[in-house]
Write a protein that binds this ligand. Sequence first.
Ligand code: TSX
Ligand code: MN
Length: 602
Amino acid sequence: MDTDSHALSHHPKLKSWIDECAKLCKPDRIVWIDGSEEEKNRLEAEAVKTGEFVKLDDKKFPGCFYHRSSSNDVARTEHLTFICSRRKEDAGPTNNWMPPEEGYRRAGATLAGSMKGRTMYVIPFSMGVVGSPFSKIGVQLTDSLYVVLNMRIMTRVGKPVLDALGNDGEFTKCLHGKADLDISKRLILHFPDDNAIWSVGSGYGGNALLGKKCLALRIASNLARKEGWLAEHMLILGIEDKTGHTEYITAAFPSACGKTNLAMLVAPEALKAKGYKVWTVGDDIAWLKPGPDGRLWAMNPEFGFFGVAPGTNSRTNPHAMDTVRKNTIFTNTLLGKDGSVWWEDGDGEPPAEGWDWMGRPWTPGQKDAEGKPIVGAHPNSRFTAPASQCPSISSHWQDPQGVPISAVIFGGRRQHLAPLVYQSFDWAHGVFVGASMASERTAAQVGKLGEVRRDPMAMLPFCGYNMADYFGHWLEMGRAVPNPPKIFHVNWFRKDENGKFLWPGYGENLRVLEWILGRCKGQGKAQKTPIGHVPAADALDLTGLKISPKAMEKLLDVRPEDWDQELDGVEGFFRRFDERMPQEMWSQFQNLKSRLKPPVHA
Ligand code: TSX
Ligand code: MN
């Protein structure tokens, strides 16, 4: 076996770990990823040769490639994702748990000899700009060229990372093997005590690009708790006003709420005229740390966007469309015979002929045996694109210290319950608002339409330890940071009695963000309600927007009867954590309950 390139590193522990993994997986070759352009061209050519990549039309899609994953491997698999902490209680009731020995044994049995005849790539990567005190280094071993080429876009890789690692730097050990993509043997395992991740039997997305959900959220949330910071499932954006001053916010939403769209928001004309500009810092993950000024600072640990394609178009997200014009990998979209890609609710007409996400010949309007349209792109099909290509990318997105955060926004998709926006009374109440977050299932998702699913801080599948302790850690952060951000909740999805969306959403959401930033500065008129502060009737700037006062009233209405029912859902969820739930969370619950139903005096 060729291990010559071990010379790239002088880190004895790294080398012996790689040797150990090679002994287990038995690859024919080990190739170290250096991050160079030459390497990129070589690996892309190789991926085209093996059939993993199809090169797209170089005029229309310069530097772009198409990939189709196995049809049983198209999304994260939460039921096969485990936290392998020593004690089950430390994983908590919302995570799958497996004893570490069992995890290593079961995944090890599948990995054994699984790279025979294949290459094992060594990817040194940094989450966060290389060398920042904020950043964490990982090394991923993988037998997937697709994973290598995605990791090169989504993280900072190669030589500079090894230099930062030195002879004895800390790193997260990430072992990934496709094995035979057998779903019955698929396991995504996190070992917080060993700072290690093992993933077998999947080659797609969050299951396989281990820097993202596995490291930057599940493992990092453990590190963050120990080290006094927060690893969150949040976008980061900057709002520049006419004086050139920029304030930053982070926002957490469950899936299907348009997080990437909000991260790349385009200001409506009336707000542009007031001098506002919106800047993208990140669309998925934020690491938040107390800064020397007593505020909370945030950085985006990623280097690219791994966004859902269907629904992305020039109206919903023009900046995303510009971002994916070049150097982008498209996975599981429709592939046109003309070397184009297309997806449902994208731009323009589909190509006359192509192959769908399963590789079957596809023509526009094709229907199945029951007469239902056959989609060309899988609903979870993706683009992988460099963040640097986003027209709205912030000039501060790679600042080693991050950006100072004024407001944290939680949100969800609620047809009736939650008003357009409200502000929590204080940090602890804000943590309660985040912990009681929930979203209703859309028609695009599998399962029962409209079902309310609890998703605290949008972290349910991503918190790598007991969420009761996680809420406790959030409360602790509020005490440790002298000037923490203000906490808000938004709902872009409230409907009227005819089932029509009341709020136009998208760019118009900046009107809500303007009110939020005003509140952070002690401006912005509000009315106090049992759930928090809601904008006064005339507090949002609605210049140039056609919306009736009646609709605004409905959008901002807080109906205690609806919240009464919601309390049962929150209580049921909180009870799952038994004695481990911080008392403060129950106090917040009781306080809300009594604000909704004040005790009746005779
Ligand atoms: O992303 C969305 N955002 C955030 C944008 C910055 N979506 C898409 C969600 C699926 C990923 C939205 N959908 C938003 C929104 O604010 N709002 C809605 C609901 C909606 C849909 C269509 C209209 C209005 C609201 N159309 C018209 O008003 C014409
Ligand atoms: Mn996400």
